[in-house]
Design a protein around this ligand. Sequence first.
Ligand code: HSE
Length: 443
Amino acid sequence: MSHLPPIQVGLLGIGTVGSGVFRVLQRNQEEIRRRAGRGIQIATVADLDTERARAVVGDAAQVVADARAVIADPAIDIVVELIGGYGVARQLVMEAIAAGKHVVTANKALLAVHGTEIFAAAQAQGVMVAFEAAVAGGIPIIKALREGLTANRIQWVAGIINGTTNFILSEMRDKGLDFDVVLKEAQRLGYAEADPTFDIEGIDAAHKATLMSALAFGIPVQFDKAYVEGITRLQAADIRYAEQLGYRIKLLGITKRVDGGVELRVHPTLVPAKRLIANVEGAMNAVVVQGDAVGTTLYYGKGAGSEPTASAVIADLVDVTRLHTADPQHRVPHLAFQPHAMSDLTIVPMERVVTGYYLRLRVADQPGVLAEVTAILARAGISIDAVLQREADEVGGEGSTQTDLIILTHDTVEGTMNAALAAMQALPTVLAPIVRIRKEELA
Ligand code: HSE
């Protein structure tokens, strides 16, 4: 064991994750030291709420209100950014890099949007920016993509990478409740934030999918090109119908290598109920990676929370501690591929994405309606996989003259489906906006 003194860490922000980092580092310090080769010590904590910070760290670390004091301190080797957001966090990360500090961050929003600038600055300064905690919390998916799977030509990655929405979807399915009701309950239980926009609109998942696309395919982070659709319009009826057809609905972050580019999209997705990932319930996360050599691999665990996220942050601290004296060229590249060997594969527009579809049409229960609908699909060259029609009484109550027609299609180009949807919507016998949910077999 080396006799080097502990590496010095400055923590910016000591909320839920920061306090977990502090606690786990203290609790497991001996194991961590044996792995890292030297101790890892949080020397200074910067938090606007100095009282809260002091309550967590006691006398074990210095507490300051000014994050810049940490960055300016020559004794600090690694800055851990746990502030979040693209505002002050961006400035502080850029300043830390400029000051020659290694950075560990859990900030997916920052890296998905400004990663190109941040990684280039880090490269120029010869410092590491590590971000295991940014995707799927405690699951070491960054490590898997960047190191464990380097033999592979990765074909696709699909993940449940937002615990809040997975919790909501699980509750909707279990209890047969609609989105609004479950969201309120999730907020009451602390599973959803007071302002849940980033989670329920799919933005948080898209940040994470963006990072995984960069790591899987060696392309720059391109959050602005991601297709993002959240779960706010999902209805309990569709979860039930999907189930009757052998599927579960999950909010998936998907990135896929296709002819002419890379797909990058987040949307509610029907997944066959028999797939392991379809059975990931509650606030848990899971990511499936398909590589040409390894086949399908699945990573499962807690995607949020104090100590699960701290587990990922500390893994990065150990990595940086092991490697910080190495020649920067011999370190693991930030985005898995060497910076000069990045690919210029473009993100394909959603109109060109190919996937299966679940359609639900509220129709007049009269002769010829199914034929009209299927004729439109046939003319568009869209192949039907399954059809389910409910009894009118069951859907609209006794004596109802309306019913639900549910159609599953085989793979279709999104643009073709959009045109067919417009034609079906224009039929006088189609009585409400058609529900369209994409479907992935993940075979
Ligand atoms: N809000 C995220 C989630 C956790 O619900 O999974 C942090 O990324």
